[in-house]
Every structure is written in structure tokens, then in C-alpha cells.
Design a protein around this ligand. Structure first.
Ligand code: C2E
Ligand code: CA
Ligand code: CA
Ligand code: CA
Length: 277
């Protein structure tokens, strides 16, 4: 058994080395990608659950690697954060969203777009100042850009509160994203001046199942209502989920039932169909 055990250990070490090498080389490529502007933003429709109409979208970044392969954000955001590259990616996302919004607002002046902030954007107000500069001189009202942050960015809660206050002073609504997936979601609700609560997909998944967790989903909705927060449910895939959330007066929803993230020309066509319907 000894040689087998050693072989397994050697294999394990090999895999770990390979993975860390891959992260390192991705980090290097990311730095280049920022300079070469290899990122695009896709838009996932956000639906007013009561009226069934599309009211805007969430902007989700993708990295188009040289060669054409698309990399989803969960594969590179953490590497970007670890390597101090996230601020520049956030700024690039702002630039792309503002460029696209010129076309989107031609469709509807009232549309809003949600943009994700990373934990590093909540450490100082730099990203927000950049956003403010970029918006100056455009026809876009800051109220049309909503910001989303997960509680990973709220560790230093006083700092996070300052950044959120700054965002709201600039006119942006701020959402707590992936609500309920972290350790201290509840305490942040009390301590941060938030506008919106996004119910994580893992809770939406339980609707219509007989697991006990579906009751938790209802309690989250009730709690958000009692705190006067707008509610957005994410990851809606089945009509049954949409019906339940609508009956519970959740304000907005997004998910594959309505539409996957798509490039801006496709989203504009989607929007026209959806509003005309
Ligand atoms: P998120 O903010 O929770 O975004 C929702 C994710 O769920 C998106 O994945 C979306 O494509 C996916 N999704 C939406 N509806 C459904 C559904 O019905 N079923 C399923 N299975 N999935 C659904 P995506 O685009 O891969 O993004 C993953 C995460 O990466 C995001 O999670 C967000 O945390 C982060 N991210 C994306 N874009 C940005 C960005 O520009 N900046 C930062 N800081 N983070 C970003
Ligand atoms: Ca989000
Ligand atoms: Ca989310
Ligand atoms: Ca999520």
C-alpha cells in the first residue's frame, strides 16, 4: 500500500501545483486583458413581477479570451481581487455600461441597470468617484444605475456604511446581493443604509419543494418588507416560483424563466418585445 499511497500523494501535490500555476498565469493574463479591453458586459432582464414587464437589467461581466473562449466571472473575479486588478475591471464595466446605456435609454428613459461592486470596491470610494466622473456630461441620471454588493464587502462595516452613504448621495440605489448566503446577513441589514435586498437563488430554489427552507424564503421577504426594502428574487427558473413570489409581493425578479444574460443588441430586442407584449 505504501507505493500506492505515495503515488496518490504525488498526484495530489501535482494537482495543487497545477492549480496554483494556472491561477498565477490567469492573473498575468488578466492584467493584460484589462489593458487590451477583453471584457464585455451581458444584460440579464429584471422583471416587475406584478406587471410582468421588463424594467431594466443586471450587467454581468464576461472575459473574451484571445482565441474567443468566454470565461464566466466566477472563474476570474476572485483571482482579480487577490491580485489587485478588480478596481480596473469595475471601472471597465462602468465604462461599458455607460456606453450601452446611451442606446438603452433611447428605448426607455426610465430603464435602470444594476452593476455589481466587488469587495475591493467597498474598501475605498475610488470606484464611486470614477463612476461620478464618467456620468458627468452624459444624459444618464445616477438614479438609473443601481449598485449591488455582497456581504463579503461588508467585513469592515463602518467603512462599508461610508461607501454606501456616498453611493446614495451620488444618487444610486444600493442592494445587498446574495442575501442569506453569508454568516451575518441579518446584522448588516440593521447596520447599513440599504435600498434593496436580493434574495439569493438558493432560497428561490426551495419554493415549491417540501423542504423546511421554503419557509425561510417567506420570512426573508416579510422581513425585507418590514424594513421598507425593495425586493429582487434571483434565479427564477420555474413559473411556480414566479407565481409564489408575485403572490408574496416581491417587487422584481430575474432568472432563466425570463431571460439569460445577453449582449446589448439582443437585450434591446428582448425589451421591445417584452414592453409591447
Ligand atoms: P450574481 O451577482 O449573483 O449574478 C447572478 C448569477 O446567476 C449570474 O451568473 C447569472 O448568469 C446567474 N443566473 C441568473 N439567473 C439564473 C437562473 O435562473 N439559473 C441559474 N442557474 N443561474 C442564473 P454569472 O453571470 O456567471 O455571474 C456570477 C457572479 O459573478 C455574479 O453573481 C457576481 O457575483 C459576479 N459578477 C458578475 N459580473 C460582475 C461584475 O461586473 N463585477 C463584479 N464585481 N462581480 C461580477
Ligand atoms: Ca449581482
Ligand atoms: Ca446575486
Ligand atoms: Ca447569487
Amino acid at each position: 500500500w505504501l507505493p500506492m499511497g505515495m503515488l496518490a500523494a504525488a498526484l495530489m501535490i501535482g494537482v495543487v501545483v497545477w492549480l496554483s500555476r494556472r491561477r498565477l498565469s490567469l492573473a498575468g493574463e488578466l492584467a493584460i486583458a484589462v489593458r487590451r479591453r477583453e471584457f464585455v458586459v451581458h444584460y440579464q432582464p429584471i422583471i416587475d413581477l406584478q406587471s410582468g414587464r421588463c424594467v431594466g437589467a443586471e450587467a454581468l461581466v464576461r472575459w473574451i479570451r484571445p482565441g474567443g473562449k468566454t470565461l464566466r466571472p466566477d472563474l476570474f473575479i476572485s483571482i482579480a481581487e487577490e491580485n489587485g486588478l478588480m478596481t480596473r475591471i469595475t471601472e471597465e464595466v462602468f465604462r461599458l455600461v455607460i456606453r450601452d446605456m446611451e442606446d438603452l435609454l433611447a428605448e426607455d428613459r426610465g430603464m435602470h441597470i444594476s452593476v455589481n461592486l466587488s469587495a475591493s470596491d467597498l474598501k475605498d470610494g475610488k470606484a464611486l468617484r470614477v463612476l461620478q466622473c464618467m456620468l458627468a456630461g452624459t444624459a444618464i441620471d445616477a438614479r438609473q444605475i443601481w449598485l449591488e454588493a455582497t456581504e463579503r464587502g461588508f467585513m469592515d462595516v463602518d467603512k462599508a456604511r461610508g461607501i454606501i452613504e456616498q453611493a446614495r448621495e451620488q444618487g444610486h440605489a444600493v442592494a445587498i446581493d446574495d442575501f442569506g448566503t453569508g454568516y451575518s446577513s441579518l446584522s448588516y441589514l440593521q447596520r447599513l443604509p440599504l435600498d434593496t435586498l436580493k434574495i439569493d437563488k438558493s432560497f428561490v430554489d426551495t419554493i415549491g419543494t417540501d423542504s423546511a427552507t421554503h419557509k425561510v424564503t417567506d420570512h426573508i421577504i416579510d422581513m425585507a418588507k418590514s424594513l421598507n426594502l425593495l425586493t429582487v428574487a434571483e434565479g427564477i427558473e420555474r413559473q411556480e416560483q414566479a407565481d409564489h413570489l408575485k403572490a408574496r409581493n416581491v417587487d422584481f425578479g430575474q432568472g432563466w424563466l425570463y431571460g439569460k444574460p445577453m449582449p446589448v443588441p439582443e437585450f434591446i430586442l428582448y425589451y421591445r418585445r417584452n414592453v409591447a407584449a
